[in-house]
Write a protein that binds this ligand. Structure first.
Ligand SMILES: [Ca+2]
Ligand SMILES: [Ca+2]
Length: 377
């Protein structure tokens, strides 16, 4: 090698890397501690994500709208294996998965509905004269049409008979009352004084739907409703567990005590509607998911829907069909109602249980039917 090449070689030769100096004992301890905390943090985050996935808890997307609670995404078992006639349409038990959504903590009140009516001049179905076609849908196929001049606006009012009556004919305690509507619950001579905080009644499905849209909300689906009514519990008899509604002398909901339909002893404090939130909430913070008033859902009603329900976010069949009541046209448009009312009892109608299904003509108001609203994230 020439002297010049030797110099270049010496110039570009990399400097040897000095050996790493051993850390002082304190620094080594600090570095070890840091790695330990980072490892613990990673394990903690992983555990949290895993736990959240296990619990299907996606958390609220923001501050709660007034009066609403967040229902996180999750799966549950819908329906019952109870084979009694009241639950013939709640089979089979099937797993359903629901996305997170907001739900009103209470039924919509008379005061809230009055605000809607004042803002919109909305007229409920019960305040309008029904058409001949609407009446025919509520009668057996082939019934003669009613005289149009005989049709008046009104609603069905619970009217207790003076004594025991056969339970196979609901007209023994339901009376078509001309002039009955949400602001005159028992007819023209009645009003809402002192009932501002009671649930609004005599609202047809169309009325409930109109209110929800005005409020920027929507009606809950039937599956959403049952998931929330179960209050984070699985396979329990009631919204609060397995204890009977009046166990220990403390009533958990507004239903019927005494001899149906004529002698309501009102052991729970209320013979008709109760102010909303009069009874303890379930584990989601929701009140009156059992009793007080039935609540409209968005789904059309068929008695066999559970057999074909999709797993994810079921929204009900495309149309209603109910052949179970020969006294009615099976094609009468019906939507689902849930939760039972102040007229429910284990002796007559136990469908205030979280798996009990109800249904109603979309154009008929009744004095034991109201609703609450849901809202997407
Ligand atoms: Ca009661
Ligand atoms: Ca209710």
């Amino acid at each position: 090698m020439s002297k010049k090449a030797k110099r270049r070689s010496q110039t570009v030769a990399p400097k040897p890397t000095p050996p790493a100096l051993p850390l002082a004992p304190e620094a080594a301890a600090r570095r070890g501690s840091l790695w330990k905390w980072l490892a613990l943090l990673a394990v903690g985050v992983g555990f949290g994500v895993g736990l959240a996935a296990f619990l299907n808890d996606d958390g609220p997307p923001g501050p709660a709208p007034e009066g609403m609670v967040w229902i996180p995404r999750g799966k549950f078992r819908m329906g019952t294996d109870d084979r009694s006639p009241h639950f013939a349409d709640a089979h089979p038990i099937h797993v359903v998965e629901i996305d997170g959504f907001w739900l009103d903590e209470a039924e919509v009140t008379n005061a809230q509905f009055a605000t809607f009516v004042e803002a919109t001049t909305y007229k409920t179905v019960a305040e309008q004269v029904p058409t001949v076609e609407q009446i025919l849908l509520g009668l057996p196929v082939g019934s003669p049409p009613p005289d149009p001049a005989s049709l008046v606006a009104g609603a069905l009012v619970y009217t207790p008979p003076p004594g025991p009556v056969p339970l196979d004919n609901a007209s023994n305690w339901w009376n078509w009352e001309p002039g009955a509507c949400w602001k005159h619950p028992e007819g023209p001579g009645s009003d809402l004084k002192g009932r501002e905080n009671h649930p609004v009644v005599h609202v047809a499905w169309r009325d409930a739907d109109a209110y929800c849209k005005w409020a920027g909300k929507r009606l809950p689906t039937e599956a959403e409703w049952e998931r929330t009514a179960r209050g984070k519990l699985d396979g329990k008899m009631y919204a609060w567990g397995d204890e009977s509604p009046g166990a220990g002398g403390k009533w958990r909901c507004n239903i019927f005590q005494g001899e149906f339909p004529w002698n309501n002893t009102a052991g729970d404090g209320h013979a008709r509607t109760a102010p909303v939130k009069s009874y303890p909430p379930n584990a989601y913070g929701l009140h009156d998911m059992a009793g007080n008033v039935w609540e409209w859902c968005s789904d059309w009603y068929t008695p066999d829907y559970y057999a074909s329900s999709p797993v994810k976010n079921p929204r009900g069949p495309d149309a209603s069909y109910d052949p179970t009541r020969p006294e009615e046209n099976p094609h009468m448009p019906k939507r689902v109602q849930r939760g039972g009312s102040f007229l429910c009892s284990d002796g007559f109608c136990s469908r205030y249980k979280p798996f009990g299904r109800g249904k109603g003509d979309i154009d008929t108001g009744q004095s034991h039917v109201g609703f609450r609203c849901a809202k997407d994230r």
